[in-house]
Design a protein around this ligand. Structure first.
Ligand code: AMP
Ligand code: MG
Length: 309
């Protein structure tokens, strides 16, 4: 409809009002909002800068809903997760799970198998050892090792299908938190809130720096050094939090695929990488690999950095 006084149409007026509202929203000073919720067996903390409390609340609700949905897909603890429903038959998968399986396979190849999501039978033996304070028997170890190996996951890229070799079980514990943190950050960005940080204990993904600051200050728990990070992911692995002591020997929750047992003498490592999944998986892998092996891998990935004590 045309306005007789000014000659504009109603739809013109509405779009101008919308543009003005969007302009004012973008110009509003950004405030800091924070929320912490349990997910994937740890606490996820999200910090986001937003123009209004309402926009922050809606975005945080959506980000945590995304984390819960990913947990339902990727968890090895939930019998009904998409991960646990994979079998020896070709199965269609969600884009998220398929992406993670492709990334995990690539990282297994690049780390000579140090990162391996098929170690689930050995991870279960480690959990039993933690509960009983007894190491698995050589026969148990042999059986579990026979069911492990990253080549046991078969991917049909054209049709996004997955098949497992008989006896294979998967455990995404070394990559899922970083991946999920990255997905949550992507969701906040898509809602126009790029100044955000998602931290799932040692797996952190940072977006644009806080307003007026050069970056997010991140201090891995094994060092006094503070990192200044923006648009990058930082993951720390090591046995600071999860380990079991048996007969005077300390075994980390990270499995050495060469022995099938938890790592001994594992030192912490922090990885800075472009994506949460990559930082998370490489931090786990670099705990297993000797430092010179990790250094040669780093030379082939110039966008990745690692810090050791
Ligand atoms: P992170 O804390 O990210 O280093 O991951 C450790 C978790 O990843 C463990 O609790 C296991 O669930 C799983 N995991 C253990 N060893 C490996 C390994 N060598 N490669 C991949 N995942 C592993
Ligand atoms: Mg990891």
């Amino acid at each position: 409809m045309r306005c007789s006084a000014c000659g504009t149409t109603e739809s013109n007026t509405t779009s101008s009002a919308l543009l003005l509202a969007a302009f004012l929203w973008l110009q509003a000073p950004l405030e800091r909002f924070e929320r912490i919720e349990p997910c994937m067996g740890t606490l996820f903390r999200v910090v986001v800068y937003a123009p209004t409390a309402a926009s922050a609340t809606a975005a945080l609700d959506a980000a945590f809903a995304r984390a819960r949905a990913l947990d339902a897909m990727l968890s090895d603890y939930r019998p009904d997760s998409e991960l646990n429903r994979l079998s020896t038959r070709w199965s269609p998968t969600s884009p998220e799970l398929f992406t993670l399986l492709v990334t995990a396979r690539q990282l297994s190849r690049d780390t000579a198998g140090a990162f391996d999501i098929t170690l689930a039978p050995l991870v279960r033996l480690w959990r039993d050892a933690r509960a009983t304070r007894r190491l698995p028997s050589p026969a148990e170890l042999r059986r579990a090792r026979r069911r492990s190996g990253w080549r046991r996951v078969h991917l049909d890229h054209a049709r996004r299908l997955v098949r497992l070799s008989p006896g294979t079980q998967l455990d995404l514990g070394g990559i899922a938190k970083g991946f999920t943190a990255g997905e949550m950050l992507a969701l906040l960005r898509a809602r126009g809130l790029p100044h955000a940080l998602v931290a799932a204990s040692g797996d952190i993904v940072a977006g644009e720096a806080p307003p007026g600051s050069p970056g997010w200050r991140i201090k891995p728990d094994w060092t006094n050094q503070t990192l200044l990070i923006a648009n990058a992911a930082v993951s720390t692995s090591g046995d600071t939090h999860q380990w079991v002591e048996i007969q005077g020997e300390r075994y980390s929750h990270i499995i050495d695929p060469r022995t099938g047992l938890g790592l001994r003498h594992s030192s912490p490592v922090t990885v800075i990488a472009p994506s949460g999944a990559e930082a998370d998986a490489l931090a786990t892998a670099f705990s297993v690999l000797r430092r010179d092996k990790a250094a040669s891998l780093l030379r082939r990935r110039p966008a990745v950095r690692a810090l050791w004590p």
